[in-house]
Design a protein around this ligand. Structure first.
Ligand code: SF4
Length: 374
């Protein structure tokens, strides 16, 4: 691919109100111009600087020379699955492939009229954490996404992820953001926080902080950093093992930050934010689905006052793991419920369409390799 990142212009999506105002003031413009420009981008959702009608032509020309607008092109889109999950494979300016997913779930009490829409975004190209069950970990880490590229995924969904019924407006909105796609967000902390600040800001997308969940594999120092942030984002921890022995077997991060460090960090976050955290636990047959693991998991969840989200494993091509039987899944859940741990057992969204993180990208990388080899 051509277009090297270091030569690319910055993305307008990576500017905050303060940084854009400062850039405009530096060229002698009034600071209110930043408010106007951001309104065109995030409220009126224009797709070019030219459409910003109340911005002087000279300023529009400067914007077009200084910034790039949407950096992401659609490369592949998954078929709509039965559980209404939609997956987009996006290509950034340097050719890097990034996934984002829309998950739709019926709103409780509102019937079929409107579904709750969650957007799952990526923060890195590939991932260095190397979780053994994960497609993203298989292809390794390529680079971090910058704040504008993280925001671009949300803007792409605003532009292209329309539902019937809202389509005539040209725009669509979502209820929740989960930072749970490809990559470890806390290993790309500054860019992730900047993007989420823009997503949350009233001059940005205006998504409430409590509707934004950051999911981590357990990067302990950064969980403490997140705990000290003023913004009330939610935290989900990918636990996937309730003892060091089991967790280290499938998550290399546990060797660096074992449970004796991870649990106090999670406690620090929930105490400072007064929010219940979520423990994600992918159930894998003969790896972490023993009833002893369920009992240990219940102890951890009770200590943290956490909610447990059990996710039966979604098979990844090229990996040996399997999901446990329905019966075993229910036994595991029952142990948590008997100990009064709030827990849900869910079928992974997008099971039909490779929605486990990194699968669509991995499939496309394989296709590229096959094409190059022939
Ligand atoms: S599960 Fe998450 S943290 Fe682990 S390798 Fe996959 S993307 Fe990275």
């Amino acid at each position: 691919m051509n277009g090297k990142m270091q030569e690319a212009r910055p993305l307008i999506f990576s500017e905050t109100k303060e940084t854009l105002a400062a850039a405009l003031e530096a060229r002698g413009e009034k600071a209110f111009r930043a408010t106007q420009i951001l309104e065109w981008i995030y409220k009126k959702r224009v797709r070019s600087f030219d459409e910003m009608k109340n911005v002087p032509a000279a300023t529009r020309a400067w914007l077009a020379e200084t910034y790039d607008f949407m950096p992401a092109k659609l490369v592949a889109k998954s078929a709509q699955a039965s559980d209404v999950t939609e997956k987009f494979l996006l290509q950034m300016r340097d050719g890097a492939l990034v996934e984002c997913v829309i998950l739709r779930a019926p709103q409780e009490g509102t019937g079929e009229e409107r579904s709750r829409k969650t957007v799952c975004i990526s923060t890195q190209v590939g991932c260095a954490q190397g979780c053994k069950f994960c497609a993203s970990g298989l292809a390794g880490w390529k680079r971090n996404l910058d704040a504008g590229e993280i925001m671009a995924q949300l803007m792409f969904v605003c532009w292209e992820g329309g539902d019937k019924g809202t389509r005539e407006t040209g725009f669509t909105d979502f209820d929740n953001i989960v930072v749970m796609g490809m990559g470890e967000p806390l290993m790309n902390y500054d860019a992730t926080m900047r993007a989420l600040t823009i997503a949350n800001a009233p001059w940005g997308l205006g998504v409430g902080a409590r509707r934004i969940t950051i999911s981590t594999s357990g990067v302990v120092p950064k969980i403490h950093a997140l705990a000290a942030e003023p913004m009330q984002f939610r935290l989900a921890i990918s636990l996937h093992g309730a003892t060091d022995e089991v967790r280290s077997q499938i998550m290399p991060v546990n060797r660096k930050f074992p449970l004796a460090q991870l649990i106090p960090a999670a406690k620090d976050f929930s105490e400072k934010h007064g929010r219940m955290i979520t423990l994600e636990f992918i159930l894998i047959e003969n790896v972490n689905d023993t009833l002893e693991q369920a009992r240990k998991l219940a102890e951890i969840a009770r200590e943290l006052h956490a909610h447990v989200n059990l996710i039966p494993y979604n098979t990844v091509e090229g990996l040996p793991w399997k999901r446990p039987s329905g019966n075993r899944q229910m036994q595991f859940l029952k142990i948590l419920q008997e100990r009064r741990v709030p827990a849900t057992l869910r079928r992974e969204k997008g099971h039909d369409i490779d929605a486990a993180c990194g699968q669509l990208r991995l499939r496309n990388l394989d296709k590229e390799k096959t094409a190059n080899a022939s």
